[in-house]
Write a protein that binds this ligand. Structure first.
Ligand code: IMP
Ligand code: MG
Length: 182
């Protein structure tokens, strides 16, 4: 698996420091909220980031999951958002939702999801992403919390996949071009 990686973009140590920094920002920003903070993990790519982040947040949180896809197979987004696993809760009016995403590319997934959750009645909706590729934006979207801004490269590891592979790598790396060109 590691042989398919051209180079490491974000090391394990850098990921750890980044997640700690974001957790502290969340604890600071949500300190005065007496009601529930819901960390909403977007499956599958965000599961590793979510697991690390939730352990470092000190204030109480609830967790939940949605599965949304804007991707077919390969390295290009289809542009269409499908909700494959929805959030079924009756207490949205009492919830501050923080959507946890692995990476923002075109921006379509999160801009759609934020509107969707607001329409569903959430008290507030903010977004947190481990990685951001602002050069790739198709729709205007700015996340509230960002781990690392990265160049326009296709990355894998730390939950991110190429055709369902490489999610278990503990670091974030750039795939060798030969892996997706054949
Ligand atoms: P967006 O709707 O184009 O912002 O799509 C974001 C989603 O595309 C992410 O949640 C990932 O699943 C996927 N994605 C975008 N860029 C990459 C990448 O470099 N590697 C792996 N998945 C990616
Ligand atoms: Mg994803």
């Amino acid at each position: 698996m590691k042989n398919d990686i051209a180079y490491t973009l974000v090391s394990e140590a850098e990921i750890d420091a980044t997640v700690s920094r974001i957790a502290a920002e969340i604890d600071r920003d949500y300190a005065d909220r007496s009601k529930g903070l819901l960390l909403l993990c977007i499956l599958k790519g965000s599961v590793v980031f979510m697991g690390d982040l939730m352990k470092k947040i000190e204030r109480p949180v609830e967790i939940d999951f949605m599965k949304v896809s804007s991707y077919g197979s390969g390295t290009a987004s289809s542009g269409k958002i499908n909700i494959m696993l929805d959030l079924h809760r009756s207490d949205l009016a009492n919830l501050d939702i923080l959507v946890i995403e692995d990476i923002i590319d075109s921006g379509r997934t999160l801009s759609y999801l934020v509107e969707y959750l607001k329409l569903a009645g959430a008290r507030s909706v903010k977004t947190c992403t481990m990685l951001d590729k602002p050069d790739r934006r198709v729709v205007d979207f700015t996340p509230d919390y960002v781990g690392k801004i990265i160049p326009d490269e296709f990355v894998v590891g730390y939950g991110l996949d190429y055709d369902e592979k490489y999610r278990t790598l503990p670091f974030i790396g750039v795939l060798k071009e030969e892996v997706y060109s054949n």
